[in-house]
Design a protein around this ligand. Structure first.
Ligand SMILES: [Zn+2]
Length: 345
């Protein structure tokens, strides 16, 4: 996992990177982990955090974690005076507050007030009851920024995993693996590895869909009919290998030799990812005009309000957002301004 080094001028120039952090569902663990990183000097000495959400909710958690210095500035979006903090409770008014926080964080990025945004967890079920018709943050932020194609990418150190299909039933996965979707995923990952991670010609490994990557057609034909032609027909500035059988690919440590891994479905990629990232995983949305990361866990309603929440993944998400924002800033400075491609990205 990337660590902050006190004297690394490449990562930490004199002006701190500014990150808007939406507090997530106020009844989940979001405000608690946010309060915990706000008193973590290893983070705040180098990153200027601007919490976005409710002042009163954050104050409650800041007091519990023992805020010592002056109270930080909070971008307050709370308009619902009826809102009552009920840790662990699925409550539509909490969902509204959570989504208004995300919306404001996006605006702050687009206005240039901050360099990046990091989002604490929301509950898909709660936001649906609050009238927001989005499966999650990724789709909401894509719409707010007018972005057509984005990629959910999981990052932990040198392990970076992108998914061809994500939140759909397993019975629909094979149909969602098409030449277009495989090429789109590889293309978005290649762009992000180049632009956000500074790699000139990234190495990307593509996994198969079937056991043993089809075993020569005995266990399925998607590799031969879809994945191989998708890879062959794609012109991209990356070195592509695969399709690999997923079990051996992770089991033999092949993943360590590449910069990115394209998995065909949710658990194929995220099962190994979560096992290998030990709670330090970060979810990053590739393809957005703004830098956006988030911790890789949910609202934790079962432990909300108990002080048991671990801020490690949020911490890792903030460090990654700062690194990516820094790299994009430097690229802008060296080219003298955003290229058309970057504006449209
Ligand atoms: Zn998921």
């Amino acid at each position: 996992m990337a660590e902050i080094h006190a004297n690394d001028p490449e990562l930490h120039p004199s002006s701190r990177i500014r990150i808007a952090v939406s507090m997530g569902d106020p009844n989940g663990i979001g405000p608690e982990i946010l309060a915990k990183v706000l008193v973590d000097h290893a983070i705040t000495d180098r990153i200027e955090l601007i919490p976005v959400g409710s002042v009163s909710v954050l104050r409650h958690y800041m007091e519990r974690v023992g805020q010592d210095g002056p109270e930080p500035y909070v971008e307050d979006v709370a308009t619902d005076t009826e809102f009552e903090l009920l840790p662990g409770r699925a409550d539509p008014s909490a969902g509204r507050l959570a989504m208004h926080s995300v919306e404001r964080a996006v605006e702050m990025c687009l206005e240039g007030r901050v360099d990046a945004m990091t989002t604490c967890p929301i509950s898909k079920e709660v936001i649906a009851h609050a009238g927001f018709n989005f499966p999650g943050h990724t789709e909401f932020i894509a719409e707010k920024t007018g972005t057509g194609e984005v990629l959910m990418m999981m990052v932990s150190g040198s392990l970076r995993v992108g998914l061809v299909s994500a939140h759909i039933p397993l019975s629909r996965v094979a149909g969602a693996v098409t030449i277009e979707s495989v090429q789109r995923t590889i293309g978005l990952m290649a762009d992000s590895l180049r632009k956000d991670f500074g790699m000139e010609r990234p190495k990307i490994a593509v996994l198969g869909l079937n056991p043993h990557a089809g075993d020569g057609g005995v266990l399925g034909n998607e590799e031969r009919d879809v994945i191989v032609p998708a890879m062959a027909g794609l012109s991209v500035e990356a070195e592509l290998t695969g399709p690999f059988p997923a079990d051996g690919f992770f089991g033999s440590g092949k993943w360590k030799k590449v910069d990115g891994v394209v998995a065909m479905y949710h658990d194929q990629g995220l099962g190994p990812f979560k096992a290998l990232s030990f709670g330090q995983g970060v979810n990053m949305t590739a393809g957005l005009p703004v830098v956006r990361t988030s911790p890789d866990h949910g609202t934790g309603f079962d432990i909300a309000g108990t002080d048991a929440a671990d801020p490690s993944s949020l911490r890792a998400a903030l460090i990654l957002a700062a690194e990516v924002a820094e790299r994009r800033k430097n690229a802008l400075q060296s080219t003298g301004g955003p290229s058309t491609a970057e504006i449209e990205a």
